[in-house]
Design a protein around this ligand. Structure first.
Ligand SMILES: [Zn+2]
Length: 212
């Protein structure tokens, strides 16, 4: 496994490549093989997720997923599929089944956090308890977490373990909690298209590094 320092250097190098107008990231993801990834916009339809000051989590999640769709087209090495592209509710196990049918090498659910304390903010990535530290999910989650933090400048809350529905698949998977709707400043950022784009960029960069 790569050390944390080497990963940080890799993240910086990839970001430099991506920031260069004509640049492209090195690695096989940009060459001939295509890596299939399923992106899930958390909640949807009758399940709004958290609602804070009139902002529903399901719509923030969807907006970020659609940004990934848009930006992902510039990276032919990554073939994204989406559990939903509209405001609809898909049962959780159907989302995993969809990812498996699509032959996905990675499954990421985009979510927004909430907490009683409005001062709490930042990005965290959650793994199911069955995912071993140093395993594929953990490695992928680590790189994406680091990459979102560096593209957004948000507080790094690191990785966390919880019992998740993703335990029902063997696909490397994680839940990305990309910010707190209960933090007034982070809520404002999460509703801005620019910030959503930087979150999406971070997710894509992390994937490019993991799969290169
Ligand atoms: Zn949620």
């Amino acid at each position: 496994m790569l050390s944390k320092t080497i990963k940080s250097v890799l993240v910086s190098i990839i970001i430099l490549f991506l920031l260069t107008p004509s640049g492209s990231a090195p690695g096989k993801a940009n060459q001939t093989s295509t890596v299939k990834i399923t992106i899930d916009a958390g909640h949807g339809g009758h399940d709004p997720g958290s609602i804070v000051s009139g902002i529903t989590e399901k719509s923030i999640n969807l907006q970020i997923a659609l940004k990934i769709k848009e930006l992902g087209e510039k990276h032919p090495g990554l073939d994204f599929a989406f559990t939903r592209t509209t405001d609809s509710y898909i049962p959780l196990l159907d989302r995993l089944e969809y990812a498996e049918r699509h032959g996905s090498a990675g499954y990421l659910s985009v979510q927004a956090n909430s907490f009683w304390d409005p001062d709490v903010d930042g990005v965290e990535t959650i793994l199911d308890r069955t995912r071993a530290q140093g395993g594929a999910s953990w490695d992928m989650a680590n790189l994406i977490q680091e990459s979102i933090v560096s593209s957004t400048g948000a507080r790094d809350r690191g990785l966390r373990y919880q019992r998740l529905y993703t335990r029902h698949t063997n696909i490397p998977s994680a839940v990305l909690e990309v910010g707190f709707l209960t933090s007034p400043s982070e809520r404002r950022r999460l509703t801005s298209l620019n910030y959503q784009e930087s979150v999406a960029r971070g997710i894509i960069q992390g994937l490019l590094i993991f799969f290169s």
